[in-house]
Design a protein around this ligand. Structure first.
Ligand code: SAM
Ligand code: ASE
Length: 343
């Protein structure tokens, strides 16, 4: 709608300076602002600076955080800072639902790829070569370009399942599937939620050797008795036997051709009555929303070979591989939805 004054220029500022808002959150996470406030709430900025070992000019950062994820009260003329419910749950490192590692990954890797969004759109490909000087003809060789990167990616990707794992895994009743294989299951974070939710099930996490080794060294705790790991390449090697194959945030990494290849392989490995469960951020039927998923799709452009898809697009890929009657369920509050198809 047009007004006599024209559109508000403030709105343009808000959009074009959005990256500053992200950077403030990233820096506060990196510095440990939220962790310091969780340990001893209510300090002044000088005390925060002393604890962090930062310059006393960090009042600027704290004050901007107040508009996003901190609260402040002035007592005796002095500003005292504290976490909000949002920051104490999702930004303090030690909280079980913390998203700290995802924010670090977004800051250190994703953000640098997004700096080349225009070039990514022009070329139609990810930006590892431009951003980090690493070739990406093998996608996960670029994503895992060092051991530190692999560990950071694995830590980052596990964060979301502590918040949304339960709801995506209960979108369908998975109790008819006692033996589950999580293909590209990474650190085993979703597998942990799965065995907690379904007391009768066992999960095999299938991933490339380096990831399985890192998962065993850094992520697996001894009480996870119903989770096993298997090393392999899901495009090349035989798949483990299972009643249900989970693909969480795997298909969005790949082109339609690679997705079809993988789904056909799963269909071959599947017993009659067995299933495939696709867990992804789902676009609306017309592809024009939700905005978060559209942005994730651009993220797939700058960081992978894939894109986010609509339920109909996943259904078509599943049908071409031989899976009929795919059912789609969105989760009420979450970013991720689930599609279950049977052989
Ligand atoms: N499913 C996990 C989740 O949702 O958090 C991880 C998703 S991550 C985007 C993709 C996973 O696929 C990574 O763990 C990666 O190592 C694994 N992967 C990629 N290529 C693979 C291959 N050829 N064979 C087996 N796993 C592969
Ligand atoms: C991938 C998932 C992610 C590959 C790269 C990624 C995520 C961030 N970078 O398969 C998690 C999803 N989040 C976003 C912003 O897309």
């Amino acid at each position: 709608m047009s007004s006599p004054e024209g559109p508000r220029p403030g709105l343009l500022d808000q959009y074009s300076q959005g990256f500053m808002v992200s950077q403030v959150l990233f820096a506060a996470c990196e510095l440990g602002v939220f962790d310091v406030l969780a340990e001893a709430p209510g300090p002044g900025s000088d005390a925060v600076a002393a604890r962090l070992g930062t310059s006393s000019r960090d009042e600027m950062l704290l004050d901007v955080c107040v508009s996003q994820a901190l609260q402040m009260e002035v007592r005796g003329g002095k500003a005292l800072y504290d976490n909000t419910e949002l920051s104490s749950t999702y930004l303090v490192r030690s909280h079980p639902r913390s998203q700290h590692n995802m924010l670090l990954y977004l800051a250190r890797t994703t953000y640098l790829c997004w700096a080349h969004l225009a070039q990514a759109v022009r070329e139609g490909k990810n930006q590892y070569l431009t951003a980090f000087g690493v070739p990406s003809d093998q996608l996960f060789t670029a994503i895992y370009r060092s051991e530190g990167e692999r560990l950071m990616f694995m830590r980052a990707l596990q964060d979301v399942w502590s918040v949304q794992g339960r709801s995506v895994l209960s979108a369908f009743d998975l109790s008819p599937f006692p033996l589950i294989c999580d293909l590209g299951g990474c650190s085993g974070a979703l597998a942990k939620e799965c065995v907690a939710l379904y007391p009768g099930c066992r999960v095999t996490v299938f991933d490339i050797p380096a990831v399985v080794q890192t998962a065993k060294r850094h992520f697996l705790s001894p009480e996870e008795g119903r989770i096993g790991f298997q090393e392999g390449d899901f495009f090349e090697d035989p798949l483990p036997e299972a009643d249900l194959y989970i693909l969480a945030r795997v298909l969005h990494d790949w082109t339609d051709e690679k997705c079809s290849q993988l789904l056909a392989k799963i269909h071959q490995a599947c017993k009659p009555g067995g299933g495939a469960l696709v867990i992804e951020s789902l676009l609306d039927a017309d592809g024009r929303g939700p905005l978060t998923t559209q942005l994730y799709s651009l993220n797939m452009l700058v960081q992978t070979e894939g894109k986010e898809r609509t339920p109909a697009q996943y259904r078509a890929l599943l049908a071409a591989a031989g899976f009929g009657d795919a059912q789609c369920r969105r989760t009420p509050a979450g970013t991720y939805g689930a599609i279950l198809a049977r052989k």
